[in-house]
Design a protein around this ligand. Structure first.
Ligand code: TRP
Length: 349
């Protein structure tokens, strides 16, 4: 996969044509981005933006508290995340990045949305069930059960057409569509139904063979230096069979490393396996390390061209734009619901 540079100089930030698709995705600010995110959704976000679409990114800071007591060092994590976006190739002139806590009108959408969902469907959501199980906590908070409704507000406030997500987010998008449909049925047409866009890359496991997670430390971060990458891959799990073969069912850890190298080098993992063959795990790890480091090099180069001030500027611009969109949508929602008492909506500005 080749990463384009910032050659585009948009005459006006966010000037978009009428055929433009509006794309919204988001991340929880729980840590730095890793290669799983890159191939899962970041690559799609960059490609959609390069195709001229309107890409919005929500940093879902309130969502961080779903499975923990404290949101952590949000200022640092959010700064790092914004720089990861820029390093990945999102165009600073055209990307709308914002933290949802800075857009109060977005949250107000949650009230009517909550009235459109049932307790049963909230408690059946498979992703929420997994998160509850993984959190290891004895009680489940109201936020845990309702954050998918909150996420519907993240998507619908800007009337997004397309939501590039990982597979685990599909139940949330289905709920978002239900909410949009039910709102339109009850109050009149306000929301388009957003479509999911799944990355075509296979899901990458962490280097320990478990799901790759920001907070699990088992992935390769976009910012990892070459020596850190080498150390992580050296410590990655393989198996005791000498010859390297690509057999995802029987040899998941080896297959995962082959996939990782394949994605980074734009190669077929089975072909790589055939080339490595009797070279064994040592040769496999050398190939993976080289491919990952070669892939990360342009990302690191791009990152070194940005500093924290660029990140802050991006967030300020993004928040201003997101807020203007949210104000408009909330005004429409209130009008549809018959909540128009004050003159000219003055209370909303
Ligand atoms: N729940 C998503 C995650 O954990 C993050 C997210 C928040 C999101 N709001 C969103 C994703 C809106 C897509 C659209 O990765």
């Amino acid at each position: 996969m080749s990463l384009a540079t910032h050659s585009r100089t948009a005459a006006e930030p966010h000037a978009v044509a009428s055929t433009t698709i509006r794309v919204l995705t988001g991340d929880r600010p729980t840590g730095v981005l890793h290669l799983g995110h890159y191939f899962g959704t970041l690559a799609n976000r960059v490609a959609l933006q390069q195709a001229g679409h309107d890409v919005l990114l929500v940093i879902a800071d309130y969502q961080v508290m779903t499975d923990r007591d404290h949101p952590g060092d949000l200022a640092r994590v959010v700064n790092d995340l914004v720089l990861d976006y820029l390093a990945s190739g999102l165009d600073p002139q055209r990307t709308t990045v914002f933290v949802h806590s800075a857009v109060p009108e977005l949250h107000q959408l949650m009230l009517p949305f909550l009235s459109l969902v049932g307790m049963g469907e909230l408690s059946r959501n498979p992703t929420v069930k997994d998160e509850i199980a993984m959190s290891g906590r004895s009680s489940v908070s109201g936020l845990m059960m309702t954050y998918p409704v909150h996420q519907a507000a993240d998507v619908l406030f800007c009337k997004a057409d397309l939501v590039p997500v990982g597979k685990d987010q599909l139940p949330h998008l289905e709920l978002t569509r239900s909410i949009a449909r039910r709102f339109n049925d009850r109050y009149g047409p306000v929301f388009p139904l957003p479509e999911p866009l799944l990355g075509d890359a296979p899901v990458l496991l962490g280097l320990d063979g478990r799901k790759m997670g920001k907070s699990r430390g088992n992935g390769i971060a976009l910012r990892d230096r070459p020596d850190e990458v080498a150390a992580k891959i050296r410590a990655a799990r393989t198996d005791s069979q000498r010859d390297i073969t690509f057999e995802p069912q029987r040899r998941p850890e080896v297959a995962n490393l082959l996939r990782l190298a394949g994605l980074c080098a734009g190669r077929d993992p089975a072909e790589l396996a055939a080339e490595i063959g009797p070279g064994g795990a040592a040769e496999l790890k050398r190939v993976v390390t080289d491919s990952v480091n070669a892939f990360l090099e342009p990302i690191h180069r791009r990152r070194s061209g940005f500093d924290e001030r660029d990140g802050h500027r991006l967030l300020d611009q993004g928040t201003a734009r997101a807020r203007a969109l949210a104000v408009d949508t909330l005004r429409e929602v209130r009008a549809a619901m018959g909540m128009t008492y004050e003159s000219a909506g003055v209370c909303l500005r």
